[in-house]
Design a protein around this ligand. Structure first.
Ligand code: FAD
Length: 301
């Protein structure tokens, strides 16, 4: 037992384990068992739990999706499609994501856990776990991603800003699974940034505050501004009022500061064992300001 009174363990007692060959089969199993079934991908959220704690997978039929070919990343006419079971490391190695417009995504991927975990953890698991501090939710929010979901009636699309409906609650029905994520192509000069504050400042640390920003300009003024915050409310969210404070304006020091303060004002963090709400709010101002400054610098480079 560690000093904090618990240790991580793999203590899953599941009702059934299913390994469908394709999406149709997976959806059929999810439909058959309803709330008593759960998709498992990398298992890095589902498997490690505190003994006696609330284990999401306990007593359920697990539907393993990692052998269904859902690990591709490909460019199509209207954007980049990332399959739900693509691992964090494989996405990080996709060359396009090291280009300026997608730096918020590559920075979030690099901040996620450790190299070993990133070899198993998937983008779909990160989104569907619906944690308020999920690192990948933020770049995808500012990049305007759409989620393609498979269910018994076929596929449907959900804009990522509509995906989170509550803490650890996403918009998927019990008979649906996330299939792929589509990121629209960005204008070449788009400046984006992701920043994360952890408690111990080590790589293996969930965020106390994480933010992503997206910015395009015409001349000296901002045209499109997007700001997303995580870990400071029940779900990751866009700070729309703060975005509008910069739109059409010069991104000078004062305007950026005011927008950063408005973004933090829109947050509703909790006091918990890791940090106080007041500290998170203060740090949200600093992180949003720095991320916006990065975005401006990257746009102008
Ligand atoms: C030591 C450690 C460090 C971590 N560090 C970070 C970190 O820095 N940042 C961070 O954001 N996260 C972190 N995590 C959390 C976790 O690794 C990520 O959320 C990971 O991306 C989850 O992916 P997975 O494939 O392992 O998900 P799983 O555990 O397989 O699934 C997670 C949830 O998503 C659901 N799910 C998975 N795929 C689908 C799908 N296609 N359709 C429908 N539902 C689906 C599952 O049913 C489950 O509810 C960490 C975890 C550990 C153990």
């Amino acid at each position: 037992m560690s000093e904090r009174g618990y240790k991580m363990s793999i203590a899953l007692k599941f009702e059934g384990y299913h390994r469908p060959a394709n999406v149709d089969q997976a959806v059929k199993i999810l439909t058959k068992y309803g709330n008593n079934a759960q998709v498992i991908a990398g298992g890095t959220d589902i498997l490690p739990r505190r003994p006696g704690g609330n284990n999401a997978g306990n007593g359920k039929h697990l539907v393993d999706i990692v052998h269904m070919g859902l690990d591709y990343i490909r460019e199509e006419k209207n954007g980049i499609y990332i399959a739900a079971a693509a691992t964090i490391n494989s996405i990080g190695a996709f060359p396009l994501f090291s280009q300026t417009p997608y730096l918020a995504l590559s920075e979030a991927l690099a901040c996620h856990s450790t190299r070993t975990i990133r070899n198993r953890a998937t983008i779909g698991g990160n989104l569907c776990n619906a944690s308020p501090c999920a690192d990948l939710a933020l770049p995808l929010l500012v990049l305007g991603a759409r989620l393609i979901v498979a269910g018994p009636e076929g596929n449907r699309q959900i804009p990522i800003q509509d995906f989170y409906v509550g803490t650890n609650l996403c918009a998927l029905d019990s008979n649906e699974m996330l299939l792929e994520i589509c990121i629209p192509f960005c204008e070449e000069k788009t400046g984006t940034s992701f920043l994360k504050l952890g408690r111990q400042q080590t790589v293996i640390d969930m965020a106390l505050v994480n933010v992503a920003t997206f910015l395009t300009m015409e001349g000296q003024c901002c045209v499109t501004v997007r700001i997303a915050l995580g870990s400071v409310g029940p779900v990751p969210f866009r700070a729309k009022k703060a975005e509008s404070m910069l739109t059409g304006k010069r991104p000078d020091k004062k305007t950026i500061q005011l927008a950063a303060e408005a973004a933090a004002e829109a947050s509703a963090p909790l006091d918990d064992i890791r940090a106080t709400a007041a500290y998170r709010k203060k740090m949200a101002v600093i992180l949003v300001r720095q991320a916006l400054e990065n975005s401006v610098r990257r746009y102008q480079a």
